[in-house]
Design a binder for this molecule. Sequence first.
Ligand code: ADP
Length: 260
Amino acid sequence: PAASKPAAAPARTLAGVRHVVAVASGKGGVGKSTTAVNLALGLRALGLRVGILDADIHGPSLPTLLGLHGRPRMGKDRKLLPMQSNGLAAMSMGLMVDAETAMVWRGPMVMSAITQMISDVDWGTLDVLVVDMPPGTGDAQLAISQGTNLSGAVIVSTPQDLALIDARRGITMFRKVDVPILGLIENMAHFICPDCGSEHAIFGTGGAAAEAKRLGVPYLGAVPLTMELRAASDAGRPITAREPDGTLGRIYTDIAREVW
Ligand code: ADP
């Protein structure tokens, strides 16, 4: 087999960006991107200058979540300008190429695309750049973690055992490359019935808090499974931007305060 070239590591430092925080999950579909966007908006609600980078090349969801349209413009020094949405500077491969194209990219292409989105983008002055990581703990995740001078990582998991096992792997990976774990966020912790308001622990209860304790990482809080959150995300109007003082908005802002 043809030897593949080693993946290029993204630029280590980003002038003007104080902290880079990764949002990661062991497996897909646990709400990592939803969490990344709402955490970024929670940080923004604290008065910080915040950017968000969608490094989930194979399944970029940032354009949908933030309701972004069109293509990023080129600024000075041939650097791309991030798009602006809800007070966030945002960049996603989903804004650059169509989904089918990025879908078939191999490791080195993925890495060079991520490098470009980090170092060839004029992020300006930011307090935090939130990176929505690709799911899993493979080479791409490791390369981004090693290559971007991460200040820390936030792990998202559902309360389900299977997702927690994968979250554990993610934590191990970040520890291996000396990236501090800022904490574990439990997503879809319980279901709140839109009709009667009763709560149901569909994926079990208490597992994430217990797991966080066992692993010695902060437990940052629980986000319920709600129709409202899903609908707001699909509509490109994230809940924390729409109702920062609502029940869900406050959950994310509280988590942001703890992370910061
Ligand atoms: P991932 O990035 O882990 O693949 P997403 O953030 O794309 O996951 O979420 C997957 C789906 O679940 C999306 O449709 C999203 O709107 C929905 N979702 C995520 N978190 C919640 C939640 N707490 N309540 C309701 N729906 C959620």
